[in-house]
Design a protein around this ligand. Structure first.
Ligand code: F6R
Length: 238
């Protein structure tokens, strides 16, 4: 495990974008696992900026997102599909057919989960998985208590996660269920890059990296990953 302390959110974003760029440069047809939320916004801005300057080419890259809310159509502005188009997909030359996000509107959600796992396997697995961390220690939408041995599945979100994510919803009403990659699938990524920003993440990050490995802190399983990089900026700014 490598832990890199960033000087600022901008520094964190630039360092994370550097690691993603290095992956794309070294393996142009790589498979990236992507996250949503507030933390990766600066990373995506930086990648889009480098793309505009012709410093990075996504034309052969395939992506798989971690999660999507159940019941939100891809064109719903509050869906993770829309978030990804706004913040990355429409800003770079990723091929639309190479960008995958779980289908939260599938008539058969279990089949959609199985299809998602199969598509990841078909693509050769994830080379680099970007993760954020919830202040309750969740990764993707694997909430405290979640089993470690799951692939893509449907989850019911905890109150703390609904509250944390309510700022993304104009009416404050966050869907109560989501499709998420499970922890087994995340742990199969060849490299993991975890980014954490803000004092609100300090405690969760500390428990995840240095506490005992327990389902109560889903991110603690990452201690067992052979190639984990953490970039954090969780101290109070002075
Ligand atoms: C997002 C995701 C979540 C977030 C986490 C942190 O796809 O899976 O686990 O990474 O909730 O969110 P932010 O970055 O908004 O603090």
């Amino acid at each position: 495990m490598r832990v890199i302390k960033a000087k600022s959110y901008q520094d964190l974003s630039r360092k994370a974008a550097n690691i993603i760029s290095a992956q794309v440069i070294l393996k142009p047809n790589c498979v990236l696992g992507l996250a949503t939320g507030n933390t990766p916004l600066g990373t995506y801005r930086q990648l889009a900026d480098w793309y505009r300057k012709d410093d990075i080419d996504f034309s052969q890259v395939t992506t798989f997102n971690l999660d999507e809310y159940v019941g939100l159509a891809p064109d719903d502005p509050q869906s993770y599909h829309s978030y990804m188009r706004r913040n990355l997909f429409d800003m770079v030359n990723l091929r639309p057919e190479a960008c995958h996000i779980p289908d939260g509107c599938a008539a058969d959600l279990s089949a959609a989960c199985r299809d998602y796992d199969a598509a990841i396997a078909q693509a050769g697995g994830i080379d680099l998985q970007l993760l954020g961390i919830g202040s309750n220690g969740h990764i993707a939408f694997n909430e405290p208590g979640a089993a470690f041995e799951k692939d893509t599945h449907v989850v019911t979100l905890r109150e703390s996660t609904l509250r944390a994510n309510s700022s993304f919803f104009s009416d404050g009403c966050v869907p109560r269920q989501a499709i998420t990659m499970g922890i087994r699938l995340i742990m199969q990524a060849r490299k993991i890059l975890l980014i954490a920003e803000g004092p609100g993440k300090r405690n969760a990050l500390h428990r995840a990296l240095y506490g005992s490995i327990s389902a109560e802190v889903p991110a603690s399983i990452l201690q067992l990953h052979p190639d984990l990089t953490v970039i954090c900026h969780v101290e109070e700014d002075t």
